[in-house]
Ligand binder design. Structure first.
Ligand SMILES: Cc1cc2nc3c(=O)[nH]c(=O)nc-3n(C[C@H](O)[C@H](O)[C@H](O)COP(=O)(O)OP(=O)(O)OC[C@H]3O[C@@H](n4cnc5c(N)ncnc54)[C@H](O)[C@@H]3O)c2cc1C
Length: 436
């Protein structure tokens, strides 16, 4: 007789504390099998063996596994294509229900729909919950039910809704006794999946309240620790958004606004999945981007001759992180000074960022390219030198990442600011005014 269980399927919610679907699974009356699938559909597309995200997920699962082992349980890890994994699992267990948390990315939505159909055919309910955001999908919309495409009114509605519906938390951690007993960790090594461990230091998950308190004054200066570095934990759900929003409310509205930007872009991606391939504003797909491999290489390697751009690009490659102000500057430089297609820059970020998130990255790139919703107007172009003077006045950030700056070894600018920005404005203007 096969054992009757329910399954909690972990994805972007890699924690035991305050996890909505896990809480519902643990109160279902059945023992819970904690499952993680190393999805070949995703892993097979990654270019780097030393991928930071894979290592982060792996070490997080090892930690979760150690916590679960104290209850005699553990993580059941599978490596494969999700449809085949589910076919295998229904042969091993009598699954009474599957619990998981919503994922709003196009691939994940399709995957979940087909797994749900498969399970329903077998008579197994698939319960999916809102967990990684406070408000999702159609929860914050205009009076006529259509989505907001401008941030400020969205934020105002979001804040009003937060007052109206106080956040509840889900004490999944207090229900540990309800996990299924399973033998020790049973998932493949990184090497068996074709990866090697990435040794970079990952920002910790302690919430730096003192940084949040000074956030409004310090957040724009890449040379100081003025932002929380929690993005990777929000990306993979190693921290709960409900806990963080509570802290934002208490200590700093400016910081809370950033968490609302995160939800804004997730909402945009859910309503407009075409943004992964196309400009949010269709006219911007008419811009005749240039492709210059030498410029691309100089940008990727941090050798453009613009020190703030170069510092950011080197920080990204070396650590998997880049400060937000600098992300804006390098993306603007790429799409305006170099007139290169935002999708190419977006893909480079997607490859290297530890906190890579499709919605935020796409939103950030389309913001910089002016093609996105509520984006910077195309004629207002950052001057990378002035940005450096303003936001890195002591050159602390530049000196850290570009030690040869101000020496003969430092490259000359690959484009001239005045010439490049004039060309960008002319190009945008003429493409946008031509009829489609
Ligand atoms: C071109 C570009 C690409 C970006 N790509 C990503 C990405 O792939 N993943 C990602 O998480 N963020 C992305 N961002 C947003 C932002 O740069 C990072 O979230 C931030 O730098 C992370 O640092 P932090 O954790 O110290 O943030 P904090 O300043 O402490 O902010 C707290 C949290 O709010 C969220 N957040 C902050 N700013 C934004 C924003 N503009 N949009 C959406 N969420 C935000 C993040 O989850 C962040 O951890 C991008 C921005 C730009 C301009």
């Amino acid at each position: 007789m096969k054992e009757e269980i329910v399954i909690h399927w972990f994805r972007r919610d890699l924690r035991l504390i305050d996890n909505v679907a896990l809480y519902h699974a643990l109160t279902s009356g059945y023992k819970v099998l904690p499952l993680f699938i190393f999805d070949k559909n995703i892993l097979d597309l990654l270019q780097d063996k030393e991928d930071r995200r894979v290592s982060f997920i792996y070490s997080t699962l090892e930690k979760l596994n150690a916590q679960l082992q104290k209850q005699g349980s553990g993580i059941w890890g599978e490596y494969g294509f999700p449809d085949l994994v589910w076919e295998k699992l229904i042969k091993i267990f009598t699954i009474k229900a599957v619990y998981t948390n919503h994922d709003y990315e196009p691939y994940a939505r399709n995957r979940d729909e087909s797994i749900q159909d498969f399970l329903h055919e077998k008579g197994i309910p698939f319960h999916s919950f809102k967990d990684q955001v406070i408000f999702e999908k159609q929860e914050i919309v205009k009076a006529d039910g259509s989505p907001y495409t401008v941030f400020t009114p969205y934020k105002n509605k979001w804040m009003a809704q937060l007052q109206a519906f106080p956040i509840s938390t889900y004490p999944s951690e207090s229900l540990k006794a309800n996990f299924l007993s399973i033998p020790s960790m049973s998932f493949p090594t990184l090497e068996e999946m074709g990866f090697i461990p990435n040794q970079d230091t990952v920002p910790g998950d302690n919430i730096p309240v003192e940084i949040i308190q000074k956030y409004a004054e310090q957040r724009d200066f890449p040379g100081i620790s003025g932002t929380t570095r929690l993005s990777v934990h929000l990306r993979f759900g190693t921290l709960s958004i409900r806990q963080l929003v509570g802290i934002g409310k208490e200590y700093c509205q400016t910081w809370l606004n950033e968490l609302i930007w995160r939800e804004f872009y997730m909402m945009i991606l859910w309503w407009f999945p075409r943004v992964t391939e196309h400009a949010f504003k269709p006219a911007y797909d008419r811009i005749p981007w240039k492709f210059n491999p030498d410029h691309l290489k100089a940008w990727q390697e941090g050798k453009t001759g613009y020190p703030l751009v170069d510092a950011g690009m080197r920080e990204l490659k070396a650590t998997g992180f880049m400060h937000n102000r600098v992300r804006m500057v390098v993306a603007s430089f790429f799409t305006k000074h170099l007139l290169m297609d935002w999708r190419i820059g977006e893909a480079w970020f997607a490859r290297h960022l530890l906190d890579f998130d499709l919605a935020a990255n796409n939103g950030g790139w389309q913001w910089a390219a002016s093609s996105g919703c509520d984006a910077v107007p195309y004629f207002r172009i950052f001057n990378p030198r002035l940005q450096a003077e303003r936001f890195d006045p002591q050159n602390a950030y530049i000196q850290k990442w570009v030690p040869e700056w101000n020496t003969p070894d430092y490259p000359k600018p690959i484009v001239t600011h005045e010439v490049a920005t004039r060309l960008a404005i002319e190009t945008f203007k003429s493409a946008l005014s031509s009829s489609s």
